[in-house]
Every structure is written in structure tokens, then in C-alpha cells.
Ligand binder design. Structure first.
Ligand code: NAD
Length: 454
């Protein structure tokens, strides 16, 4: 990878004029998900894994006109009971995920199990002719990615990964601003996932009735190593490598998905990571983790470095998602973007404190030379615009709903989804690389085009 871009900053992006910058601030939904379906369209869905996100996904999917829930599978009887309480007894409930895939009345499945089940269930569902909405990370292991990309291609069925920020109007706005040259030439991205509470650190409630009577433990384990029943592993599976993917697969994935959309990237070529179990000592996966990723120059972005981290005892520091360029910076926070532009010095550095160290005659000669090359100006000039502008999505805006609208629209023959298997793999892989680099204490090379470790 070279550090000397073939293109200059000026070639790369047209520097935004004041007018252009302001005019881009009117909200615009470029990938509008409105009118995805009509109430006459009938799409029957089933959910596999109706825990925290499965319930959230299901409720959101059901907000789209014409979508109906016909079946739910889960390993914990309490969650099947809850399904019937919420959606009625007509919804078929079962502990057996395979039974769901055999049903003819299911058009699409939501796979919201822990990560270790994602790839296997997604491939099986595609092969049974179902459209698939699979939660992020698309795969738990890098070596699982290619088979799922191939299954999507071979079956021709719609697959969308559940990283909803990719469908957000906020991401689209950030993309629009980035492409207009609002921050100049990108050189660095800083992302920090910051939390400071037990829930954020995955110490989730465990049901008091949890036992091998109420939980299908063998089904939960699936292909993971056999172990005796442990409610911690069942309800707090994110803390263990056998079922989850650590902070990287849980949270970095959303950031890779979002960043790749904003700058039209296929991903980094290199990743490294460090960290440890520092505060929440009851786990295998790190609660303090930092990664560095090198992105190569492409047609849509220059070479840049991403620093990405997670801290589960952050002292109230708060999260960061910041794209830094030579003419400004753009921060994303919730449904808001803050864009700060700064005037930049294009020419030779000028400082009186340095000039005065030259002999008097040289000081005069230097000023004369400076004036000659800058049209009579004594000091080098700053260029560009300064100021801070904010963009905020409409109140109550929900990217999750747009993400489902896009999925169902694609199922009905509309525009294909953006976050398909290749996109999902290109977001999951760098996160998994961060884990690999951390666990094996090495730099990991990746080919984002071919989607292969190198
Ligand atoms: N998109 C997002 O913003 C987002 C947010 C949170 C979680 N997630 C993802 O959603 C997935 C689920 O996370 P969660 O927080 O809901 O976990 P959870 O523990 O609350 O729920 C998981 C459920 O899956 C069930 N399950 C496990 N194996 C199963 C199997 N073989 N068949 C049927 N059910 C099975 C469990 O019984 C459990 O009820 C994870 O992959 C996570 O990364 C995504």
C-alpha cells in the first residue's frame, strides 16, 4: 500500500463553496424507503430467536403494511410464552428452528439468534427458498463468509444483514456531505464505543425459571463446544467467544457498515488490535479494545487510517464517530451530524518567531520572495470556509423501519438491498479481524475486494 496518493486533494474533491454547503443541508432521503409495500402485498414472516433484538426486529417488521408474523422459534419456553402473549395463539411457536424453515407459509425469516447460529441458519433458509434478514454480524467467523455469499448468489433470494444505520437518512446525509468535499481530503476516522453501565457491558437479566426444563440447551449450543447448562452463557452469551464476537462483532460492525456507505468503501487492507479484560472481569472477551485499520486509496476515498475502540468503563466520556479531513471534520451522533470546517493554510508555513531567527537581510529577502509568489501578500493565505453546521433527522426518525421497508421492497421485486451478503461480509470481516489480531497478537492482512485473508 502506498502513502502517496495518485490524486491531489484538489483533484479528489471539488472544495465546497458556501452556497453548495448550505444547500446540501436540506434533509433529503436519497434511498427513500417510503411506500415500500402496499397493504395488498402479503408477506409472511417468521422469527428465529425472539430475544431482545428478535422482538425489536419483529415489532419493526410488522409496522410495514402487509407483513404478518406466522411463526417463532426460540430455545427458551419463556420467550415462546411471551410470543403468544404479544402476538396471539395463532402464531406457531416451537423450540425447533428447522421446523420454521420447512413451513410453506413463511416467505421470509428474521434470524436474531446469537452470532454462532447466523451463517448456518441463513444458508439453510436461503436453500429452502426464504428471504433472509440476518442480524449482524453476518457471520461469527471469517471462514464462514464465502459460503453465505455463494448461497445468496446461487438461490437468488434476498438477504439483508441487520445493520440498520446503513439505511439511515443520517448516513445518507453524511455521504452527501462527504462527497461534496465538505471535509476536504479524508485522512483519519476516529470511532469510540463508550459505555459505563452493567447493561451496556452485557450483564443482562437472567430468568429466575431458567433450567434445562425450560431451555433447550443443546439447541442453543448448536455447533459450539458441548458444556453443562449455564444460564450465564445462555443469557449473557456475548461474554464468551463460543457464541458471540466480542465488542467487535457486536458493535464495530455497525460502524464499518456505516463508514463504508458514507465513503463508498469495501474495507481495510490491514487490521491490528490490543486491549484486555480490565473492568468487567467475569468474561473471556475484552471490555477495553482498540483497533487500527489501514484503508487503501480507491476511486472514492484516499488512503486513510481508522482508529476504532470500545471502552465499557468510560467514566462518562461518551461515544465518538468522527471523519477527519484536511478542511474539516464531520461527527455523527445518534440522528445528528455536526460538520465543522476550518480555514486551511495552503502555502509555506509562516511564523514571525521563526523568521526572526534569520539574519536581518534574510528576513527581508524571505518576505520579498513571499510577496512575489503570493501577489503581494506578506503572509501565506488561509483558504476555504470556516464554521460549524448541524444536520438532524426529523424527530422520531427510525432507520430500523426504513431498513425493513427496503428489505420487503426488494422481496417484492423492487430495488435490490444494499446490505447484501457481500456488503455484510465486508463489514463483519474487519470486525472479526480486530478479534483475530487481538487474540493472536498479530497484524492481519485482508483483501476487501476478493473478501479473503491474505
Ligand atoms: N441490529 C442491532 O442493532 C442489534 C442490536 C442487538 C442485537 N443484535 C444482534 O441480534 C442477535 C441476537 O441478540 P439479542 O441481544 O437479541 O440476544 P438475546 O440473547 O436477547 O436473544 C437471542 C435469542 O435467540 C434464541 N436462540 C438461540 N439459539 C437459537 C436457535 N438455534 N433457534 C432458535 N432460537 C435460538 C435464544 O433462546 C434467545 O432467546 C445477535 O446476533 C446480536 O448481534 C443486533
Amino acid at each position: 500500500m502506498t502513502d502517496s496518493p495518485k490524486t491531489s486533494r484538489r483533484d479528489f474533491f471539488r472544495t465546497a463553496s458556501a452556497g453548495a454547503l448550505v444547500s446540501t443541508l436540506a434533509p433529503s432521503i436519497l434511498r427513500s424507503a417510503e411506500a415500500a409495500t402496499s397493504p395488498n402485498d402479503r408477506i409472511q414472516i417468521a422469527t428465529i430467536g425472539l430475544g431482545m433484538m428478535g422482538l425489536n426486529d419483529t415489532n419493526t417488521a410488522l409496522m410495514v403494511p402487509g407483513v404478518e408474523l406466522v411463526a417463532v422459534a426460540d430455545c427458551y419456553d419463556g420467550r415462546l410464552q411471551r410470543t403468544r402473549e404479544l402476538f396471539g395463539d395463532d402464531v406457531h411457536t416451537t423450540r425447533d428452528c428447522w421446523e420454521i424453515l420447512d413451513r410453506d407459509d413463511v416467505d421470509a425469516v428474521i434470524i436474531a439468534t446469537p452470532d454462532h447460529w447466523h451463517q448456518k441458519l441463513a444458508i439453510a433458509a436461503l436453500e429452502k427458498g426464504k428471504a433472509v434478514y440476518v442480524e449482524k454480524p453476518m457471520v461469527q467467523k471469517i471462514e464462514q463468509g464465502a459460503a453465505l455469499v455463494a448461497a445468496e448468489k446461487e438461490t437468488g433470494k434476498v438477504l439483508q444483514v441487520g445493520s440498520q444505520p446503513v439505511s439511515s437518512v443520517v448516513t445518507e446525509k453524511a455521504r452527501e456531505l462527504y462527497r461534496s468535499g465538505a471535509i476536504g481530503k479524508l485522512n483519519m476516522v476516529t470511532i469510540l464505543i463508550s459505555r459505563n453501565d452493567a447493561l451496556g457491558a452485557w450483564e443482562w437479566p437472567m430468568a429466575t425459571d431458567a433450567s434445562t426444563e425450560t431451555i433447550d440447551w443443546e439447541r442453543f449450543l448448536g455447533d459450539a463446544p458441548k458444556r453443562p447448562f449455564d444460564p450465564q452463557r445462555f443469557f449473557r452469551w456475548r461474554k464468551y467467544w463460543d457464541y458471540g464476537t466480542g465488542v467487535a462483532g457486536d458493535m464495530y460492525v455497525h460502524r464499518f457498515t456505516t463508514l463504508h456507505r458514507i465513503i463508498d468503501s469495501k474495507g481495510p487492507v490491514k487490521g491490528m488490535a490490543t486491549g484486555g479484560v480490565r473492568f468487567w472481569l467475569d468474561r473471556e472477551v475484552p471490555d477495553l479494545h482498540l483497533g487500527l485499520f489501514e484503508y487503501p486509496e480507491t476511486d472514492s476515498h484516499p488512503a486513510f487510517t481508522l482508529q476504532l475502540g470500545a471502552n465499557f468503563a468510560d467514566g462518562g466520556h461518551g461515544p465518538v464517530f468522527q471523519l477527519i479531513g484536511d478542511e474539516g471534520q464531520m461527527s455523527l451522533s445518534g440522528n445528528k451530524i455536526t460538520l465543522s470546517r476550518t480555514a486551511k493554510v495552503d502555502e509555506e508555513g509562516f511564523g514571525k518567531s521563526l523568521l526572526r531567527t534569520f539574519a536581518k537581510a534574510e528576513q527581508e529577502a524571505w518576505i520579498e520572495a513571499q510577496k512575489a509568489k503570493s501577489g503581494g501578500r506578506e503572509a501565506p493565505q488561509t483558504t476555504g470556509l470556516s464554521g460549524t453546521i448541524e444536520y438532524e433527522a426529523p424527530k422520531g426518525y427510525d432507520s430500523h423501519l426504513d431498513h425493513f421497508r427496503i428489505f420487503f421492497r426488494a422481496m417484492l421485486g423492487g430495488e435490490p438491498v444494499l446490505e447484501n451478503a457481500a456488503y455484510g461480509f465486508r463489514a463483519a470481516a474487519p470486525a472479526l479481524i480486530a478479534n483475530l489480531a487481538y487474540r493472536e497478537n498479530r497484524i492481519v492482512d485482508w483483501d476487501p475486494e476478493a473478501m479473503k485473508l491474505t
